[in-house]
Write a protein that binds this ligand. Structure first.
Ligand code: WT7
Length: 629
């Protein structure tokens, strides 16, 4: 990272095409009159009843937005489009890994969502319930999310790569009575067995009364009578009528809970609500990507993560875009798969992660070069800082040196983009550039005072914003302490990242400061990995660290102290890796397990992971004054 790296200026064509031509003046206005700015953005949407207050900060840090307003995100994502030409526009273009294609107009989307909503109602789901969803990336996953929202239930989407343990823990935390799943999906030509995993999870989940299964990959699955229903059977019944009123909700009613890793072993259920989240996701999407009415938008994430919630499902639908969805692996059957689809469907904006770019870059330029990628207008990146090599390749080879790269910094907790350029912003590869409108971003020391330009500090957000998570489900205190407690009178949101600001005011995010790892863009807590290791009967203590990895950004390396008398064999190391994968899911599988007799700890007994990292990298171990003898 360097502050003086070359600046990439947008072309005259990009500038001519841009809706917002002056960032500075709109930014000034947005922070001088934050509520006025957000009220204006909220007025781009339809509301059943207007708000009394744009921002209610009477109970900090539990901010409320558009309080008193009546709304439902589905009204803006679907219903309002049914009264104009958008009704006949494609909402979703979907391709399976095997290459089948299907598409849904907004009119068809409404029908599908309404049928699923009525089905859920007939199963007793009502306002305030949380429905757990565990599915492959198929259109029914989107229908399920929207169906919950439509009837005022919240959803908890659990990523399809997670294990039964992780699924069961999330079902229990959400107290879900209904689970929606599928027989399975496809990954690199092989069927995945989601229903079998869901069955294992349900053995540990006494709250589940009903499991609805979508038939997709035709895998033979075990169905339990009374509890398990095929969706296609239910859909054929009169209960699944295609007419369903959208529930009128309060702006602050819960839309979803989404679990993310933190510093403890227990994932945090971040709560997002209808009103503010609608406004924030739609505005960030519309402005940062300068969304045009005829855009075909592809966010190549999984709907199981916040990126998918906000920018596959909600924001693009609110903005009336056509969404591209692809079920499978990016390089299946060949490394041109994504580029083939960009050409085939005429994608205009493509939003992905540095890890995916690096993964495809290694196969060489010949794969994208086979395809006409001239439909692309803008590119986007999210998940971790993008390294200059990946940036250049994305920019030159995929974007034809024509398309600005919108590098967006944000988090599960923020709901939407917090730092990102606009198409007109001069770019510096590796920097997410400037704050999005309405946000004041700081890089501060332990007292909350700004550090000088070029120095590393803690990234904070100095103001509330409509897309912010409202709390950690069931644990208001933890939310207040973890995110807002550090700077006394200065009510700053602590992001958990370290960053620098350069002389031009560009923000450079360096990485996580807490015990959270970004592995292939996925967020994992060292504590979760360690407790998975320790849950193995032969392990007594464990530590997990992240070390740099060419493709993954960071990779997980672990250390284990075995129980007395147990020999640390190669077979046992393999078994422990598989054990972590089974407990948490494939994405959490460590690269290796090193057997040790002791771990470096502080006198208070905390594992000093930075010492392990320094040793592994052959670096100076730094200040060891707190190390236990
Ligand atoms: C963490 C949040 C938000 C969608 C996906 C990740 C890192 C995210 C960037 C970026 C540098 C980034 C941060 C952040 N991060 N985007 N553009 N540049 N770092 O959501 O799983 O909640 O992870 O991802 O470290 O804190 P998440």
């Amino acid at each position: 990272m360097s502050d003086k790296k070359e600046l990439f200026h947008p072309s005259a064509e990009v500038i001519a095409n841009a809706t917002i031509k002056d960032y500075d003046s709109l930014y000034q206005r947005s922070i001088e009159d934050r509520e006025g700015f957000w009220a204006e953005q909220a007025n781009e949407l339809e509301w059943y009843e207007p708000w009394d207050k744009v921002l209610d900060d009477s109970n900090k840090p539990f901010f409320k937005w558009f309080s008193g307003a009546k709304t439902n995100i589905v009204h803006n994502a679907i219903d309002r489009h049914l009264h104009n030409a958008t009704r006949n526009k494609l909402a979703i273009i979907w391709e399976s890994e095997a290459g089948e294609m299907c598409s849904y107009s907004y009119y068809a989307l409404n029908r599908e969502v309404s049928q699923m909503a009525n089905t859920l109602k007939s199963m007793g789901v009502k306002k305030g319930d949380i429905v757990t969803i565990y599915m492959p990336q198929i259109p029914e996953l989107v229908f399920a999310m929207l169906a919950c929202a439509k009837i005022g239930a919240a959803h908890s989407v659990v990523y399809g790569g997670f294990s039964y343990e992780a699924l069961a823990a999330r079902i229990a935390d959400a107290n879900s009575h209904v689970l929606i799943t599928a027989d399975g999906g496809w990954r690199r030509g092989k069927p995945t067995n989601l229903k079998a995993i869901a069955n294992e999870a349900m053995k540990r989940s006494p709250t589940i009364e009903v499991c609805i299964t979508v038939k997709y990959n035709q895998l033979d699955v075990e169905m339990e009578s009374e509890r398990d229903f095929w969706y296609h059977d239910l859909k054929a019944l009169p209960i699944a009528s295609p007419k369903c009123e959208t529930e009128v909700l309060d702006s602050e009613d819960m839309l979803f809970v989404l679990y993310t890793s933190g510093t403890t072993g227990k994932p945090k259920g971040m709560v997002h609500t209808h009103g503010g989240y609608s406004v924030y996701t739609a505005t960030t999407h519309r402005m940062a990507f300068d969304i045009k009415p005829d855009d075909r938008w592809w966010c190549a994430a999984d709907p199981g993560w916040i990126t998918g919630h906000s920018y596959i499902v909600y924001a693009p639908l609110i903005n009336g875009s056509t969404i591209m969805m692809y079920e499978g692996a990016p390089n299946y059957p060949y490394p041109n798969r994504w580029w083939q689809m960009v050409e085939k469907y005429g994608i205009n904006v493509m939003y992905t992660s540095p890890t995916a770019i690096r993964g495809l870059m290694r196969f060489g330029d010949q794969w994208p070069k086979r395809h006409d990628l001239s439909s692309l207008r803008l590119l986007g990146s999210v998940g971790e800082p993008i390294n200059p090599e990946a940036w250049r390749w994305f920019y030159d080879v995929i974007g034809g040196s024509r398309c600005p790269i919108i590098d967006t910094w944000w988090q599960t907790e923020t709901g939407g983009f917090m730092i990102c350029p606009l198409p007109i912003t001069p770019l510096k590869p590796g920097s997410a550039t400037k704050p999005f409108f309405g946000n004041e971003i700081g890089v501060v020391d332990d007292n909350g005072d700004e550090v000088p330009a070029g120095e590393e500090g803690k990234l904070v957000i100095k103001n509330p914003w409509p897309g912010m998570a409202r709390t950690i489900m069931g644990d208001d205190q933890r939310y207040a302490d973890l995110y807002w407690g550090d700077y006394g009178d200065k009510e700053y949101y602590k992001a958990g990242d370290s960053a620098k600001v350069d002389d031009d005011g560009y923000i450079w995010v360096i990485g996580r400061m807490d015990e959270v790892l970004k592995v292939s863009g996925y967020r994992l807590g060292t504590a979760e990995i360690e407790s998975a290791l320790v849950s193995h009967p032969l392990v007594s203590e464990a530590a997990a660290i992240g070390l740099p990895h060419e493709l993954k950004g960071n990779a997980i390396h672990t250390y284990a102290i075995l129980k007395e008398g147990v020999a640390g064999t190669n077979e046992l190391a393999q078994e422990l890796k598989a054990h972590v994968a089974a407990e948490l899911g494939r994405i959490a599988q460590p690269e290796d397990v090193t057997f040790v007799d002791a771990l470096p700890k502080t006198r208070s007994g905390k594992i000093m992971r930075r010492v392990l990292r320094a040793r592994a990298l052959g670096q100076d171990e730094g200040d060891l004054s707190t190390l236990e003898e």
